[in-house]
Design a protein around this ligand. Structure first.
Ligand code: SF4
Length: 346
């Protein structure tokens, strides 16, 4: 059974730590290792020696996870994928300084993308910063730093959001999105709000959290954390994306919206304080879905009879439109239409 313990991530959760020899003396390696006294350490040549091994058992790795500390040598920035919302930004990139997530959503595309469930942390953030600074010399940059992990959920362990925030403070042409399902209110006390750091909370009804988003904080905890951030002046985006189908989805998503209404009201705030919202139903590439279905054979989300539209699995068009339109209409009664993003690039 998949466990859900509120303090699960307060304690080190790794059975072993693998460390690339080349970054053994990197200051961040040393700093991170200090946080894990007593955990067996194994030196390796390259993270792929462990991460890309043949025939890995994903379920076993979920129960006995390894931390891999590595140095990224190339590909510090990627152009945003067409299935991702670009929020109207022309120069849309994402970067991957951590691979994999401490949460366990059944529908997570990382399960389709990576051969391993172990967590890889690239310690050489200075090289990412250099690559972004170089790009900024050409044009403004919109950068999602938390696509291939949930950096805010790992903040206590890694402090990566804080480092990106320090970097963004010096580069006003850079806008960073930190996507998260976490509910760690402590992060609001560790940094100052910046207009160019957007905290994007993915929100789902509690029923879906319990069914499919294992180990994540409850819907209420996420809503409270997001609203607390707004109250403290942080730009917060609310993401109803991916919306997931369930028999009474209107009622479930309606309750979620009411939860947000209540939380805002309790703090004497309004939806106008939400920076923007995004709406989209679940979608995933055909190739990732093939692997995901093999890894999650009992999942209602992965086994749904999706339609393949140009290599992207998505809900049948009628259902997709019905769900997205319903959500947009609900949101339109709460927030200005300009603040609602719902089309991803095709
Ligand atoms: S929070 Fe996001 S990255 Fe983490 S398991 Fe869930 S879908 Fe994947």
């Amino acid at each position: 059974m998949r466990s859900l313990k509120p303090d699960y991530f307060d304690a080190p959760v790794f059975s072993h730590i693998y460390i690339e020899k080349e970054i053994l003396s990197h200051p961040r390696t040393r700093q991170l290792l200090e946080r894990f006294p007593g955990i067996p350490r194994i030196e390796i040549d390259h993270y792929k020696d462990v991460f890309c091994r043949q025939k890995q058992d994903y379920g076993l790795q979920q129960r006995s996870r390894k931390l891999i500390l590595a140095g990224r040598r190339e590909h510090f920035l990627y152009e945003g994928a067409p299935v991702c919302q670009d929020f109207g930004n022309r120069h849309f990139y994402y970067s991957s300084c951590v691979m994999n997530c401490i949460y366990d959503c059944e529908y997570c595309y990382l399960k389709g993308m990576y051969p391993s469930g172990h967590l890889v942390v690239f310690v050489n953030l200075e090289d990412y910063f250099r690559a972004v600074a170089q790009k900024l010399r050409e044009h403004p940059v919109y950068l999602c730093v938390s696509y291939d992990s949930d950096l805010a959920a790992l903040e206590k362990l890694l402090g990566t959001c804080e480092l990106w925030t320090e970097f963004a403070a010096k580069h006003p042409d850079l806008t960073i999105e930190i996507r998260t399902k976490s509910a760690n209110g402590a992060m609001w006390d560790r940094q100052e709000p910046l207009p160019n750091i957007v905290y994007a909370f993915t929100l789902s009804p509690q029923r879906i959290v319990e069914q499919s988003e294992h180990r994540t904080p409850s819907a209420q905890a996420r809503v409270s954390c997001a609203v607390e951030g707004m109250a403290k002046g942080f730009p917060v985006r609310l993401c109803f994306d991916p919306m997931l189908y369930c028999a009474d989805w209107q009622q479930e998503y309606g309750s979620l919206l009411q939860q947000i209404d209540r939380e805002l009201e309790e703090r004497q705030m309004t939806w106008e304080q939400v920076r923007d919202v995004s709406v989209g139903t679940f979608r995933i590439s055909k190739e990732y879905m093939r692997i995901l279905r093999a890894k999650e054979p009992d999942s209602l989300v992965t086994q749904f009879p999706y339609e393949n539209v140009d290599g992207v699995y998505q809900y049948p068009p009628k259902l997709k439109q019905q769900m997205e339109q319903w959500m947009i209409e609900e949101l339109s009664g709460r927030i200005s239409k300009e603040c609602i993003y719902h089309e991803y690039r095709t």
